[in-house]
Design a binder for this molecule. Structure first.
Ligand code: GLU
Ligand code: MG
Length: 438
C-alpha cells in the first residue's frame, strides 16, 4: 500500500511577484496539462501582505491554471526533505483563451510583438541579490573567501538545485552587503527567461529552508545598507538564431534595433517602474549612489545607470557579438519576473516602432546636475515613491495600451491595496514588512 503520493504544484507568478497555485498528483500531470486546475479571478487581488485589495471580480468567475510541462522542476535537495515539484503555467478562461491578468501570457504577447516588429527573439537572464536573515557570521565579509565559505554548503546545494531546475549555473558570490549574496545563471530564451527567475527564487528559498536558514530578496532592508537588485540582462537573436545586439559600427556597439529598444525603455522608464520596482520600499533603493538606478540613463559599464551596456571579454568579433548584452537595473524581486520583463519588452518595442535613435551614453554622475541641466538633456529622475510610480503608469495611455483589458486598472487597485497596509508604518516598519514577504 502506498503511504505517500507525489504532488506537483501548478504555479503562477502573480501581480505581487508571489508564486501561488494548487497541487495535484504527479500521476495526473498529462491530463492536468490539458485541463488545468481551477483558479479564481479574485486571487489576483491578494497582495503580498495576504490582504485582498478591492477589485472588480468579487466572488464571481472561474479560470484555469494550466501547468507547462517544460517548466516542471523536480528538486531533490537531499534526504532530509521530500522532492519538491512545481511547474509554472498560464491562466486561461474556461475556453482556453489567455486571461487578461495572466502575467505569463502578458509576457508572451510582448515577446510576440518584439518578434513581429523587430524580427528578433529575446535572450536573457535575471541576476539576483538576496540576503540571509539572522546574525552576520564572524570575520571579513564583502566578496571574501571567508563569507563565501560560511555559505559554501548552501551555495553547493543551490547550484545542484538550479541544475535540477534546468538552469545553466554561472556564479555564486558573497556580495558587499550584510549577509548579502548574489547568484547568476546563463541566458535562456523567450518566456523561459522569466520562468527561470521564478524557479531561481523558489529554489533559493527551498535550499535555504533545507539548510535551516531563511533568505530575503526584498528590495532593501535598511537604508543604511545596500539594496537587493535584480538586473535583467538582455540580448537579441535574429531569425537564423544569430546574435543581433551588437554592431561594430554602432554607437558603443549598439545595433540599430538595440539602440531603438533601449531608447524606448528610457523614454517610458518612469511609467514602467511601477511594474519593475513595485513595492513601497523599492523607491528607497532607487536613489543615487546605491549602484541601482535613479535616472532614465544608459551607461557604458556604469553601475549607476538604469540601463547598462555590459562588458565583453574578447576582441574576436564573433565572440563580442555573442557576449554583448545590456542590463536593466531598475528592477527588484517584488516584481513578477514575467510582468517586469513584459513592461521592458513593450517599452523597447515602442522604441522600435517610433524608430527612436540610440540614446546618448552617460559616463558621469547625473545626481550632480541641476534639474535644468537634466531637463535639457532629456533626463528625468525616476519616481520616488510607489504612489508616484503608479500615477505615472496609470496616466500614460501608451503604456497602459500595451496591456490587455482591465489589467492596468486591476494592477493599480492591487498595488493601492498593498500600500494601504503599509501607509501608517515608518520606514523601518515598511522594510521589515517587505523583508518578511520577499
Ligand atoms: N546592490 C546593487 C543594487 O541594488 C547592485 C550592486 C551591483 O552592481 O552588483 O542594484
Ligand atoms: Mg551585485
Amino acid at each position: 500500500m502506498k503511504t505517500t503520493e507525489p504532488l506537483v504544484f501548478a504555479a503562477t507568478s502573480d501581480l505581487a511577484g508571489i508564486t501561488r497555485g494548487k497541487a495535484f498528483p504527479l500521476s495526473k500531470l498529462d491530463s492536468r496539462m490539458k485541463k488545468g486546475v481551477g483558479w479564481t479571478p479574485t486571487n489576483v487581488m491578494i497582495t503580498c501582505f495576504e490582504h485582498i485589495a478591492e477589485g472588480p471580480f468579487g466572488a464571481l468567475g472561474d479560470l484555469l491554471l494550466k501547468p507547462d510541462a517544460e517548466t516542471l522542476v523536480e528538486l531533490n535537495l537531499g534526504e532530509k526533505a521530500p522532492v519538491e515539484r512545481f511547474a509554472l503555467g498560464d491562466i486561461t478562461d474556461l475556453q482556453g483563451a489567455p486571461w487578461e491578468c495572466c502575467t505569463r501570457s502578458i509576457l508572451k504577447t510582448a515577446l510576440a510583438r518584439l518578434e513581429q516588429l523587430g524580427g528578433v527573439g529575446l535572450l536573457g537572464a535575471f541576476e539576483h541579490e538576496f540576503q540571509f536573515r539572522g546574525d552576520v557570521p564572524a570575520g571579513p565579509q564583502g566578496y571574501t573567501l571567508n563569507g563565501f565559505s560560511q555559505r559554501r554548503a548552501f551555495g553547493e546545494s543551490l547550484m545542484a538545485g538550479l541544475e535540477q531546475g534546468g538552469l545553466e549555473t554561472d556564479t555564486f558570490m558573497k556580495e558587499y552587503g550584510e549577509n548579502q549574496y548574489e547568484v547568476t545563471n546563463g541566458p535562456a530564451k523567450g518566456v523561459r527567461v522569466a520562468d527561470e527567475a521564478v524557479i531561481l527564487r523558489e529554489v533559493t528559498r527551498m535550499t535555504a529552508r533545507y539548510h535551516d536558514e531563511a533568505v530575503t530578496f526584498t528590495p532593501i532592508r535598511d537604508t543604511a545598507g545596500v539594496g537587493n537588485g535584480v538586473h535583467i540582462h538582455m540580448s537579441f537573436t535574429d531569425a537564423a538564431d544569430k546574435p543581433a545586439t551588437w554592431d561594430a559600427e554602432g554607437p558603443f556597439g549598439m545595433s540599430k534595433i538595440t539602440g531603438s529598444f533601449i531608447a524606448g525603455i528610457l523614454k517610458y522608464l518612469d511609467s514602467i517602474v511601477a511594474l519593475t520596482a513595485p513595492s513601497a520600499v523599492s523607491y528607497l533603493r532607487l536613489t543615487p549612489h546605491r549602484w541601482s538606478a535613479a535616472f532614465n540613463n544608459l551607461g557604458f559599464r556604469d553601475r549607476e545607470a538604469s540601463v547598462r551596456i555590459c562588458p565583453v571579454t574578447s576582441d574576436d568579433p564573433e565572440k563580442i557579438a555573442r557576449q554583448y548584452n545590456f542590463e536593466y537595473r531598475a528592477a527588484d524581486a517584488a516584481a513578477s519576473p514575467h510582468l517586469a520583463l513584459a513592461a521592458i519588452v513593450h517599452a523597447g518595442c515602442q522604441g522600435i516602432e517610433e524608430n527612436l535613435p540610440a540614446p546618448a551614453v552617460t559616463q558621469e554622475d547625473l545626481s550632480e546636475l541641476s534639474p535644468k541641466a537634466l531637463a535639457e538633456r532629456g533626463y528625468v529622475r525616476l519616481p520616488q515613491s510607489l504612489e508616484d510610480a503608479l500615477d505615472r503608469f496609470q496616466s500614460n495611455e501608451t503604456v497602459c495600451g500595451w496591456f490587455p483589458g482591465q489589467f492596468p486598472s486591476v494592477y493599480v487597485s492591487h498595488k493601492r491595496g498593498e500600500l494601504s497596509v503599509v501607509q501608517d508604518m515608518d520606514e523601518a516598519g515598511r522594510c521589515a514588512a517587505y523583508e518578511a514577504v520577499y
